[in-house]
Design a protein around this ligand. Structure first.
Ligand code: ADP
Length: 333
């Protein structure tokens, strides 16, 4: 609460300071130009007056000195106008660079703060649910069906916790540039089927169909592909109505193997489609958002795709669902 109140104020104060400074610099520069011009013209005037007073000078010589004095004054005007404009160009350039860098920094800080709140909540929920389930199992004699339900629920929650930790650790590794993928030939269909099975067990009641080319092979690191597919499926399930199926499809040809995850959820606005792959980016308003999440899932999907020379993209129409597509280079033994 405290942060939410302080942050906009700090931002507003810095913004006022920035614009005041910029305005002051441009104003000072304009004042400097007018003062110099005034001084220049005064010097020109005094020199011309002195020339007139020197009555002994011949008329033609006086005219040529007069034009020399005026030329000199005009040259001076051009000189400091050019200097002033160069200075102004540097000020504007500097101001644009500072403005953009500060705006990026503000946005990142804001997203990080929101992320801290989101991740704390995301971590606490599975821990609290699992603890409650275990305490219930410890204290009461329960029927087998109820006991199994609590155990399954705990396994699902710890699975979620595990995926969250993997996401955070992997993002840190990618960001530090330390991650070296250990790739080998894989049958993509087998790997995604296992990831789909895992997601099904965590989201009972949802239909996840896996179909397509069961023979397509790629060079990849298995656990990264599992994280990629799990993140795409988890989003598809989270944003879809329960009664509509989520489809995972593999299509292979000589050059590429395409992995597609399609859902019938609310879709994603065209303007948001590029941004959703940015770190911490989540669509909608921070205060009114209903869905849980950390904004790391698609960022990691993009990083994992890049680590496999693959391309990730999204096609979506608001109201008609989304289709995420990852295109890997094919592997032929
Ligand atoms: P999050 O933890 O918020 O799901 P992601 O990086 O996985 O983070 O996704 C970023 C944003 O992209 C989400 O907040 C959501 O608004 C949007 N998004 C991702 N997948 C889908 C989808 N299948 N349908 C609709 N919106 C989606």
């Amino acid at each position: 609460m405290n942060l939410q109140l302080k942050w906009p104020l700090k931002r507003k104060a810095l913004s006022i300071l920035y614009w005041t400074l910029l305005f002051y610099m441009v104003l000072a520069l304009s004042y400097w130009w007018f003062a110099l011009e005034k001084q220049n013209r005064q010097i020109e005037f005094i020199r011309l007056q002195e020339l007139k007073i020197q009555s002994g000078t011949a008329q033609s010589a006086s005219q040529s000195i007069e034009s020399t004095i005026t030329d000199y004054a005009n040259r001076k005007t051009i000189q400091y106008t050019a200097e002033g404009l160069t200075f102004l160009a540097f000020i504007v350039l500097g101001a644009v660079v500072v403005f953009r860098a500060t705006r990026r920094q503000f946005r990142l800080s804001e997203q990080q703060q929101n992320w801290m709140m989101a991740i704390t909540h995301e971590l606490k929920t599975p821990i609290a649910v699992t603890r409650l389930n275990l305490e219930t199992l410890q204290k009461r004699e329960l029927e087998t069906s109820v006991r199994d339900k609590l155990l399954n629920n705990s396994i699902a929650e710890t699975g979620r916790l595990n995926q969250l930790c993997s996401n955070v650790l992997l993002a840190a590794q990618f960001d530090s540039g330390n991650y070296r993928a250990n790739k080998m030939p894989l049958n993509l269909f087998d790997v995604v089927s296992r990831a789909a099975e895992d997601t099904r067990s965590r989201y009972p009641g949802y239909t996840i169909e896996v179909k397509g080319d069961a023979t397509a092979n790629v060079i990849a690191e298995e656990w990264l592909i599992v994280i990629l597919v799990s993140n795409l499926l988890e989003n598809a399930v989270a944003y879809s109505p329960r009664e509509k199926p989520v489809t995972l499809e593999i299509q292979g040809n000589q050059q590429n193997v395409q992995l597609q995850v399609s859902d019938h959820g609310p879709g994603i606005d065209a303007a948001e489609q590029k941004k959703i792959f940015q770190k911490f980016y989540r669509t909608g308003n921070e205060l009114t958002r209903q869905k849980k999440g950390t904004g790391l899932g698609l960022y990691l999907c993009k990083k994992i795709a890049e680590a496999h020379n693959a391309r990730i993209s999204v096609e979506s129409q608001p109201g008609k669902g989304s289709r995420f597509q990852v295109s890997f280079p094919s592997f032929h033994a």
